[in-house]
Structure formats: C-alpha cells, structure tokens
Write a protein that binds this ligand. Structure first.
Ligand code: TXA
Ligand code: MG
Length: 343
C-alpha cells in the first residue's frame, strides 16, 4: 500500500503490491477511517470493508476496492441505539421489539433515511439499512471513530464472504491499508435484512437470525421476499452471488451427483452418510459436517474458501432442510451455485 500526500493534506489510497497491515490496533484503524481510508473490520457475521459513512469520497472507495456496482446500497453500522434517530426519520413502534431482542446482533433493518447520510451510501433509495453489530472490537472502534461506518462484506463483488482476517488479506489485501483482526467470525453468515410493508415484516435477505426467531418476536405476519425480481437495487438478492470460483452444486441427491461427475476432482460436503462406494471414490474428498446448524454456518464459508484454493473441478454440497439456519445456508449456497456449468 502506498500513500500519496496531496496538497489538501488528505491521504489517498493506491493499489500496490504492498499488503495491508493486520493487527488489533483500534486507534490506528480509527485514524485511517477518519482520514478517509477504507479499513477491513471484524463483525460477528462476516468481515466488512468499512468507511466513514459521512465521508462521500471514502464511501466511493469501498465500491472501487470491491469492484461493486454503485447502485448496490450499503449497510451502516452504529454502536448505540440512541444514535439511530440521527440518521433516520422514525423507527416504527412495530420494529421496537426486534431491535430490543436482536441488537447488538445480526439484524439489519431498513428505515426511512433523513439527509445526514449521503445518497452514495444507499444508492439514492428512500431507505437506509442499519445495524448494531455484536463484536467487541468493532463496537470499540465505532465509539472511537464517533461516526457511522458503511460496510459491505469484505470480498470482491460476487465472491464468497470472508470470515477470517486472512480471507480478506488474500482477496483484498493489496488494495487496503489495514485489516482489524477480530479473529474468526462467531456466526459466519451475513445479517438478516428486514423491513416493514403494510405492517408485515418483510425478510429481504435470509441471514444469521432465522425466520423462526423473527416470527417468535414480531407481533404480526412475517413474509420472506428474498427472490423479488422488483429489487434490482439489492444484488445480494441476485441469483449469482456468494460464490466460490470453483463450480458449486447444491445437491438434493448427493449419490446421484457423485455418480454423474465421477471422473473429475471434487469435494463433497455432506451431513448424511454416504454410500460405501463413494467413500472410496479416488477423485473425491469427503467432508462430513458435524454439529448443528450453528456450527455448520460458522464454518461453511471457511471450508469453501479452503476448497477454492485446491484447484478442484467441482464442490458438491448437500442441501439442508429448509428450516432455521438451514434455510439461510440453502439460500447462500444456491446463489453460489448459480453460475453456468462449464466442464
Ligand atoms: O452481516 C452483514 O450484513 C455484513 C457485515 C459486514 O455487516 N454486511 C453485508 O453487506 O453483508 P453487503 O453489502 O455485502 O450486503 C448487504 C445487502 C446487499 O444485498 C444490499 O443490496 C442490501 O443489503 N441493502 C443494503 N441497503 C439496502 C437498502 N436500502 N434497500 C434494500 N437493500 C439494501
Ligand atoms: Mg456481500
């Protein structure tokens, strides 16, 4: 990373072969953010690529670093519930129980924006996505910076989300000055995004908080609308996203899919037992997932990151039952599998 000091005294960010510094220095991260730089941050869900949400130039750098289309809005992260009114016109009372139950945590809420946050953050939409993350280092950083941080997941657009500092380093380390290392993400799947429409709670993105948990807390109808063709501004909901570079198949019949692709190098991620003949398959490596959904969610991106480095032809993942975090896992994996098959 090279820094050029122009006449206006601001630090400019340039892509180079010097890699990002990775450390736990909150003061340093805050200093860079206040100087208009983009810094990778840990959250409990996935790592984010943060900039001061009140600095339009810094926000634009996020889109540049990620190669993200400018019309894809960003989530803002704050540390205190009482700061919410600074950026939104009102908080509907129907949402209050959700904020009390899930903040700080992996719930992102769409609320009507006032004019404090610029249009570059939310693609000029009426609503802004906000959350209070639950990671001690990030909460301290937010307090130190004293500004809301706009942050998408810290991956090149369309690619797997990072759940460790090393994932960010591999993908974007040559484009940013600093990665705040908060260890492995405790949840491993992105936040759930909700909004209100005619008193219904609409789930726009399935995430780390399950629909079952929302339904138990929300006093009204909960509707999943995560495949809405009328949401062109929310590419996180586009079919092809969250993808490894290796071809991915989300399988409802693992045995049949192994047989179909038996002459290629593949990895099979499964949770039910495989047929004996597949256990001895010479070109396949099997990874049996153990533990409940939480444990699987925590490690799924990490496993895919690792497999994606191994030059495989195919990764087969067994589809989960559509319940609890299984629904979120299926959502991410089916989007990751959306790319055309070229073999
Ligand atoms: O867990 C998370 O939410 C992580 C961490 C870093 O907080 N962030 C994250 O951001 O996943 P990103 O940008 O990768 O995904 C945010 C999704 C995108 O699909 C975006 O289109 C949608 O949220 N979104 C953001 N603001 C929106 C808005 N105002 N209206 C509709 N969708 C919005
Ligand atoms: Mg993302």
């Amino acid at each position: 990373m090279k820094f050029l000091l122009p006449t206006n005294g601001l630090l400019l960010q340039k892509c180079s072969d010097i890699m990002a510094e990775i450390s736990v220095d909150i003061e340093r991260a805050a200093q860079l953010l206040l100087a208009g730089q983009v810094v990778a941050i840990p959250t409990e869900t996935v790592y984010g690529l943060a900039a001061n949400a009140l600095d339009p130039e810094a926000v634009r750098k996020i889109f540049e670093v990620k190669d993200r289309p400018i019309h894809n809005p960003l989530i803002i992260h704050i540390s205190r519930r009482e700061d919410l009114h600074k950026y939104v016109t009102q908080v509907p009372p129907l949402l209050e129980p959700l904020l009390s139950a899930f903040w700080p945590g992996p719930l992102t809420v769409l609320l009507d924006k006032n004019n404090v946050i610029g249009d570059e953050v939310n693609a000029s939409l009426k609503q802004i996505a906000v959350r209070i993350p639950n990671h001690p280092l990030l909460l301290q950083l937010l307090d130190t910076v004293g500004k809301p941080l706009a942050a998408p997941s810290a991956n090149p657009f369309g690619y797997l989300s990072p759940t460790r500092a090393s994932h960010v380093e591999q993908q974007l380390g040559h484009k940013i000055p600093y990665i705040l290392d908060g260890g492995p993400c405790s949840l491993g799947l992105e936040s759930t995004i909700v909004g209100l429409s005619d008193n219904r709670l609409i789930v726009y993105r399935l995430g780390a908080i399950t629909v079952e948990e929302l339904a138990a807390t929300y006093d009204g109808i909960v509707e999943i609308r995560n495949k809405d063709a009328h949401q062109p501004n929310a590419p996180g909901m586009l079919p092809y996203h969250y993808a490894p570079r290796t071809q991915l198949v989300l399988s409802t019949n693992v045995s049949a899919d192994i047989d179909t692709h038996k002459d290629i190098n593949m990895a099979v991620i499964h949770y039910t037992a495989l047929h004996d003949r597949h256990l001895t398959h010479p070109q396949s490596k099997q990874l049996k997932m153990k533990g409940g959904y939480k444990k699987i969610a925590q490690s799924i991106y990490e496993i895919l990151h690792e497999l994606d480095q191994q030059g495989l032809d195919l990764i087969i993942v067994e589809r989960f039952p559509d319940e609890n975090l299984g629904r979120t896992l299926n959502d991410r994996l089916s989007r990751g599998a959306e790319r055309r098959f070229h073999m």
